[in-house]
Design a protein around this ligand. Structure first.
Ligand SMILES: Nc1ncnc2c1ncn2[C@@H]1O[C@H](COP(=O)(O)OP(=O)(O)O)[C@@H](O)[C@H]1O
Ligand SMILES: [Mg+2]
Length: 266
């Protein structure tokens, strides 16, 4: 669902908002419950509103994102397509608080993420966000199991972490690869370890940047299937940026990022 910009209606990024419309009047005795449910659903969302991002260059500010608005709820997966250089990674980094936007607002669970200081942001990223990159970014000297456990180190590790890490490796089809180091794993296996690692801290938000970009077609299919099932099976918000229309087709909600704006891609 898109939010209309607050200023003017002629902006090129403007898209009609599609709020859930209740056509029948609600029974009075249920009204408070319904409002609470709607409010709760709203609270649990990732809401980016009028996000802008420019990079300073010698010849002035270079606008990359002009006006990006999107709301995504738990259990929902969204794909963002766009050509190279359109700002997909920049947007994903902003959603994951790795970069600050130059304009707009960003909330998750009703928390204003742009008001958090560096320490709070680091904790937010560690506990609430799981990142999956094109290059898996695994530690080559650690086993697959140790790699999955790495995000537990900044927070206090718990006794049950190792069990959860094994379950996650099992869920991505790598139960028998826990002792293997990344150089002993195929590209697809490494990316599946990276997916398990992204989930170890039970994040609210999983952000995947070209997750199948380095994989052959069959392996990309396996990783794509895992990603497709992720939002519902783990009740997470998933944002996948990709230039693969095959991967994007797995998600009901798709956007194209062009001219710094998101456009619904049907
Ligand atoms: N730190 C930066 N300083 C200046 N320009 C940048 C910086 N980061 C990204 N860009 C520019 O922003 C544009 C979008 O980059 P990116 O988000 O990586 O695109 P995509 O992921 O869609 O390929 C590119 O033209 C890139 O050169
Ligand atoms: Mg990129």
């Amino acid at each position: 669902m898109m939010i209309a910009p607050t200023r003017g209606t002629a902006h090129p990024c403007w898209q009609s908002p599609q709020p859930p419309v209740t056509t029948r009047p609600l029974a009075v005795r249920n009204r408070d419950d319904t409002l609470t449910r709607q409010r709760k659903r709203f609270i649990n969302m990732l809401i980016a509103h009028n996000i802008a991002k420019s990079f300073p260059t010698r010849s002035g500010d270079l606008p990359i994102l002009r006006d990006v608005s999107v709301q995504i709820g738990p259990g929902e997966g969204v794909a963002i397509l766009g050509p190279s250089g359109s700002g997909k990674s920049t947007l994903l980094n902003i959603l994951g608080t790795l970069e600050r936007p130059t304009g707009g607002s960003l909330t998750l669970d009703d928390e204003d993420l742009l008001k958090l200081d560096e320490q709070a942001l680091a904790q937010f990223r560690n506990t609430k966000v799981g990142f999956v990159f094109q290059d898996h970014h695994l530690m080559p000297t650690c086993s697959a199991l140790e790699n999955v456990l790495l995000p537990t180190i900044p927070r206090s590790p718990r006794p049950e972490d190792a069990t959860r890490a094994r379950e996650l490796l099992d869920s991505v089809g790598l139960a028998d690869r826990g002792d293997h180091r990344p150089p002993e794993l195929s590209g697809g296996e490494k990316q599946r370890v990276a997916l398990a690692r992204a989930l170890i801290n039970e994040p609210r938000l999983v952000l995947a940047d070209e997750p199948t970009g380095n994989l052959d077609r069959d392996t990309a299919e396996q990783v794509g299937e895992l990603l497709e099932n992720l939002p519902r099976s783990r009740d997470v918000i998933l944002v996948v940026v990709t230039h693969s229309t095959t991967l994007a087709a797995r998600f009901a909600r798709r956007f194209a990022l062009t001219d710094g704006c998101l456009h619904a891609d049907s």
